[in-house]
Ligand binder design. Structure first.
Ligand code: ADP
Ligand code: ADP
Ligand code: ZN
Length: 221
């Protein structure tokens, strides 16, 4: 079987990043987060980063042109041959079509698109309480995922943590609107292709992980 191509679909706060990192560890897949790539471009001050910065702060979607250029660069690196988990991509019809074309060029297709199904209202609390380790990027939450030893990252021991500029209640509402208008239609797109899986992502992180690992083990192991 060729290397799996998994997509995690879901609104901001659904748990895409959290779950993608766990799947990376368990299945040896590579997490590709366009949000992380865009934040790196903003931090580096590249042309793409300068164009994306204000759009991201407002909670809108960055143009397909910029996102596709960044993703294609990343997909040209050799480690993606292990199989990938796309986290936060595609987010528009245009991105989904471009992904299909890119994969077809390599004789591949999407293995599964997993929709993490959640309630919008709960997402405001998830996103507002989110923070990450500045050393290794491990994700945490003020209420739902605290480090085992307060103030020390479980993974790397770092004592430095950071919060995203766009993780505030007001911007989250804009991002939820963008999700429903532009990204949620992709659920039907992948359903039509016969690769859609849905999971209840309102439960605890470990329960979502088990449901997801069951799917990945079935379609991609
Ligand atoms: P996304 O990548 O979909 O935006 P994250 O994985 O960053 O979402 O999760 C958002 C926040 O919610 C993080 O702080 C994370 O620790 C927390 N979180 C993730 N999944 C759950 C869950 N099932 N229950 C409670 N909190 C969660
Ligand atoms: P979340 O899952 O919490 O919404 P991400 O880190 O995936 O956060 O994305 C943060 C921001 O980066 C988005 O609000 C959007 O502005 C931009 N972004 C990330 N991925 C894409 C994409 N595939 N298309 C357009 N914009 C994107
Ligand atoms: Zn860490």
């Amino acid at each position: 079987m060729s290397a799996p191509v998994l997509i995690l679909l879901g609104p901001p706060g659904a748990g895409k990043g959290t779950q993608a990192r766990m799947l990376e560890e368990e299945f040896g897949l590579v997490q590709l987060s366009t949000g992380d790539m865009l934040r790196a471009a903003v931090a580096a001050g590249t042309d793409a980063g300068r164009a994306a910065k204000a759009v991201m702060e407002a909670g809108a979607l960055v143009s397909d042109e910029i996102v596709l250029a960044i993703l294609k660069d990343r997909m040209a690196q050799p480690d993606v041959a292990r199989g990938i988990i796309l986290d936060g991509f595609p987010r528009t019809d245009g991105q989904a079509a471009a992904l299909d074309a890119l994969l077809a060029g390599a004789g591949q297709k999407v293995t599964a698109a997993v929709s993490l199904e959640v309630d919008d209202e709960a997402m405001v609390g998830r996103v507002s309480g989110r923070y990450t380790c500045a050393g290794c990027g491990e994700g945490y939450h003020d209420e739902f995922k605290r480090p085992a030893s307060a103030g020390h990252c479980d993974k790397c021991g770092s004592t430095a943590f950071k919060r995203r500029a766009d993780d505030n209640a007001e911007t989250v509402r804009e991002r939820l609107k963008a999700y429903h208008a532009q990204t949620a239609p992709l659920i039907a797109y992948y359903d039509t292709k016969g690769v859609l899986e849905r999971i209840d992502a309102m439960g605890p992180i470990a329960a979502v992980r088990d449901a997801l690992a069951g799917i990945v083990g079935r379609v991609a192991a």
